[in-house]
Design a protein around this ligand. Structure first.
Ligand code: DLL
Length: 434
């Protein structure tokens, strides 16, 4: 089994990565200045010319781009290549507002498949693997993104898309699938349906899973690994930047390698935009330096993580981001304390008395935000009496208070009563009328 898909690039010494990044950054800035009036105006407002980018440090002088910029230029206003060179469109609906549209040239699709193939190899796949893509196909980047990477690798690619869970499981078993791609929440739904069908994990040949598109805790990872009998990898990406495979963890599983020949990563303070140092948690800001159709300079992802430039034991030199804790949009502020759903998930699952299916209901009562976590009771607790269940609820609530410092009401609910998801799970139900 090969350790790398592209050893020269993946293990390139840092000094060389930085040189490569500077060359590509300058070319990208020149490209958007020449071909995208919106960027030209933004740079002119700051009195900047492409030639002002002399070192990588100059990146922080360039204007940032936020989701609203994509909406303001809807649909094609930020495309840098002529429409006759665009071969694919993807879009993300988002939860609010107009959808955002991204475009790819033939070369962009090739680069994306290359990044994805690197991720597959990091998860132990090779051309003899059988890869089932359970991410949705369509405007969402998950399905087609993983698909092209799996084909580039030369693996048997099974375009299952999401949903149709029983058939999905039959294919996993009958086709001897070795690698599964889907959201972490969907992988649990698959495991649960397998149990209903009487299929044991040992009847499958699964080795690893490439799970992403939503935040998930380490505790959730352990649940998935034990239920499906595989190693769970964390794959990150976003449609604005490319789709899945912006980064992923290697077999060391100590952070997600960002492909730095394609992206420059910065961490900034989510509010002030001030640059933060290595190891500090903040908002991930990404610049694409290997894209033609839809290059983005300093895109504020809203995802919270930190970076480390330390050499990884796998031999890859590319920077690692910590597991994304969540999006700034999804951060809850409960009586002044900031908390992400994934932190609550982690505390509850580590207690081991509940199932990994939950929803957080937020309400405003007398001008104060209150939170109720509805989580499914484990089969073993089902026979407990009311008192036993109340005690368990109190215990879980105390644990959340002592670890996260927030006051959350816990409501244990019946197995299978929380809606299952075939894509991104909806964790928060916000009933606040703000
Ligand atoms: O979710 C792309 C993708 C598909 C990534 C399949 C991985 C696997 P969007 O729909 O544009 O694209 O959503 C992007 O999802 O900004 C994060 O908030 C979140 N996200 C993606 N991957 C992870 C992850 C795809 N591994 C948004 N952990 C991003 C946590 C993730 N959050």
């Amino acid at each position: 089994m090969e350790l790398y898909w592209n050893k020269t690039i993946e293990t390139m010494p840092r000094e060389q990565i930085r040189e490569l990044q500077l060359t590509k950054l300058r070319a990208t800035v020149e490209n958007v200045y020449t071909n995208v009036p919106y960027y030209r105006e933004k740079m002119q407002e700051k009195g900047l010319l492409p030639g002002d980018v002399k070192t990588l440090d100059n990146l922080k002088d360039l204007p940032v781009i936020v989701k609203q910029d994509l909406r303001d230029t809807y649909p094609f206003g930020l495309f840098a290549a002529p429409m006759q060179d665009i071969v694919r469109i993807h879009a993300s609906s988002g939860t609010t507002g107009k959808q955002t549209v991204v475009g790819y040239t033939k070369r962009d699709i090739d680069v994306w498949a290359e990044c994805m193939a690197r991720c597959f190899v990091m998860s132990g796949a090779d051309k003899d693997s059988r890869i089932q893509v359970g991410y949705g196909y369509g405007l969402f980047t998950g399905g087609l993104g993983a698909h092209y990477g799996a084909e580039k690798l030369g693996a048997v690619t099974i375009p299952a898309s999401s949903g149709n869970t029983r058939r999905q499981i039959t294919m996993l078993k009958d086709f001897g699938v070795t690698h599964l791609c889907c959201t972490p929440s969907y992988s649990l739904y698959i495991a649960e349906t397998m149990a209903e069908m009487g299929i044991k994990r040992d009847e499958l040949k699964l080795k690893s899973g490439l799970f992403g598109a939503e935040p998930w805790s380490d505790a959730m990872k352990q649940e998935i690994e034990s239920r499906l009998g595989l190693r769970a990898h964390d794959i990150y990406g976003l449609s604005e930047i490319m789709g899945p495979s912006v980064s992923q963890d290697c077999h060391c599983q100590k952070g997600l390698h960002i492909w730095e020949d394609c992206f420059i990563a910065e961490i900034t303070h989510p509010d002030s935009g001030e640059p933060l140092g290595e190891g500090e948690m903040g908002e991930l800001v990404i610049t694409t330096i290997n894209k033609e159709g839809f290059p983005l300079i300093r895109y504020k992802t809203k995802d919270i993580c930190s970076l480390t430039y330390k050499q990884c034991d796998c031999g890859r030199s590319h920077v690692r981001m910590s597991k994304p804790a969540g999006r700034t949009d999804d951060m809850l502020i409960i009586r002044g304390v900031n908390v992400f759903p994934s932190q609550i998930e982690s505390v509850l699952l580590n207690m081991g008395e509940v199932e990994p299916h939950y929803q957080i209901v937020v309400e405003r009562v007398n001008n104060l935000d209150t939170m109720t976590v509805e989580i499914e009771i484990s089969e073993s607790m089902l026979s407990d009496n009311v008192k036993g269940i109340e005690n368990a609820e109190q215990k879980l609530s105390k644990q959340i208070d002592s670890i996260l410092g927030i006051n959350a009401k816990i409501k244990l609910v019946e197995p299978k009563s929380i809606p299952r998801s075939e894509g991104k799970a909806k964790r928060i139900i916000d009933n606040r009328k703000i």
